[in-house]
Design a protein around this ligand. Structure first.
Ligand code: FCB
Length: 471
């Protein structure tokens, strides 16, 4: 596993200084929901509402990283990771989402940052990974504009307290998921099913990103960006037809453009359906300029593409789904030849190549980071006490290869963070889905690096993709 498969022109090597890391999020790993003055977040409320999360799981304990962060940082150091992407829990810093900072909450993150610094691991801190203070939700959450102003205040005071230790700031994680799953379909916190609120949420989240970026810069932050989930749209079987092309444009606007275009270009995409766009009355003069702040980088989370083909929405075939674009004669489908993970998500590394090249074309010169990529699998501890997650090793290998090819093809990729460092609370799925490169025994909190952790560590140390076992 140590040999380097880089070919003569170094196709599988990565540029010098490439940032290798792992990602987590506060609610998914920390536990300690009311420690040291923390207020409740929407995810505390949601997970404690019967029927919302599989098996009634909550983040009350999760990986107990609030208490075990030293062990987790040591683990990262042992794997040779260069950066840790974690998120800061807003209700630890401001229990009710406004007003003075809760010093004990900040102290926790300062201790974590000190620990990272002592191991030479750069901090990539996300300010918002979905855990809105419940008190702000009670006042309307992201459906109201004031929440964007509150977020900028939180960003300012967090940067003032912790900025000297943070290398890279990410304002928001996947605002699309907050608007869609949190406010439109309701399978995430706060569990609303309100299309009008969802469209308003999109705008207020984007605005909060712009305002927070300004606040971070005023506080002296060096590197500021945002993380968007991206979904390359792929068309087959009759590509070239007008309906499919229209379906592609609309799907791309819904899944990607709705966030990419405002952030990069200060406009909402022309192909987005009206129902997803914020009402004109919500867009104040200057908002789109605020949203389009110069960025130091863009974070992309990639899991799966969206496939479209000609089909009859009223007569769906096996592996076909109703198309979100609602163009007659177009369906979404899951290609038979692609593997699916136990989340049901397609495995398609070429989608990563496509989206990295595409976004680099849209934003020439802007450094990109893959801030999440990974897969769930049925991991178990074998009789030897090891977790041999070969599917994940293969997944990482293939996606890293795609990333290396994308760099060769012009993508401005500066780093890669695997999702996730640890098995953790997978939102509505609770603890049933394991994404970690490190196994967590939730009964004992024992951590066991999986085969994928050893594989990834080899990549990080070589700055290149090592041979797969048996290849
Ligand atoms: C992303 C989330 C992350 C994790 C992965 C599997 O959408 O940002 O927290 O749940 O999916």
């Amino acid at each position: 596993m140590t040999g380097t498969a880089a070919d003569a022109d170094g196709a599988l090597g990565f540029p010098e200084g490439f940032i290798w890391g792992a990602s987590t999020a506060a609610y998914q790993i920390e536990g300690a929901p009311d420690a040291d003055g923390k207020g409740p977040s929407v995810w505390d409320t949601f997970s404690h509402t019967p029927g919302k999360v599989r098996g009634g799981d909550t983040g009350d304990i999760a990986c107990d990283s609030y208490h075990r962060y030293r062990e987790d940082v040591a683990l990262m150091a042992s794997l040779g990771l260069k950066s840790y992407r974690f998120s800061i829990s807003w209700p630890r810093v401001q229990p009710g989402g406004r007003g003075a900072a809760n010093q004990r909450g900040l102290d926790y993150y300062r201790a974590l940052l000190d620990e990272l610094a002592s191991h030479g691991i750069a901090a990539t801190a996300t300010l918002y990974h979905w855990d809105l203070p419940q008190e702000l939700q009670d006042e309307g959450g992201w459906a109201v504009r004031d929440t964007a102003e509150r977020f900028a205040e939180y960003a300012a005071l967090t940067a003032a307290a912790l900025g000297d230790r943070v290398t890279r700031w990410i304002t928001l994680n996947e605002p699309q998921v907050v608007a869609n799953n949190g406010y439109r379909t309701g399978d995430h916190a706060p569990g609303l099913r309100d299309a009008v609120a969802a469209a308003a949420t999109t705008h207020h989240l984007l605005l909060s990103h712009g305002l927070a970026t300004q606040a971070l810069r005023s506080a002296g932050a060096a590197e500021v960006g945002i993380t968007l989930d991206v979904h390359p749209v792929r068309v087959s079987g009759g590509a070239g037809s007008d309906a499919l092309e229209r379906g592609r444009l609309i799907t791309d606007a819904m899944a990607n453009g709705l966030y990419l275009e405002p952030v990069l270009h200060g406009r909402y995409p022309v192909h987005a359906p009206e129902a997803m766009l914020p009402a004109a009355s919500l867009i104040a003069d200057g908002d789109l300029e605020t949203i389009r702040q110069p960025l130091d980088f863009l974070g992309l989370n990639y899991y799966s593409p969206i496939f479209l083909r000609a089909g009859e929405p009223s007569d769906l075939r096996r592996n076909e789904n109703y198309a979100r674009c609602q163009v007659p004669g177009v369906v979404e489908y899951l290609p038979e030849d692609l593997e699916r993970t136990n989340m049901g998500w397609l495995v398609d590394p070429s989608g990563l190549h496509q989206i990295l090249v595409q976004v680099s074309e849209q934003a020439p010169g802007l450094p990109l980071y893959v801030t999440e990529n990974g897969r769930a699998a049925e991991d178990y501890v074998n009789p030897e006490g090891a977790v041999d997650d070969l599917e994940r090793v293969r997944y990482l290998h293939a996606h890293l290869e795609a990333a290396a090819r994308a760099i060769k093809d012009g993508a401005n990729l500066a780093g890669y963070f695997v999702w996730s460092l640890l098995d953790n609370f997978e939102w509505g799925w609770g603890y049933q889905k394991r994404f970690g490169i490190v196994f967590v025994d939730f009964g004992t909190q024992r951590r066991i690096p999986k085969s994928s952790a050893h594989f990834y560590s080899g990549v990080v140390r070589a700055n290149a993709i090592p041979l797969l076992p048996g290849s």
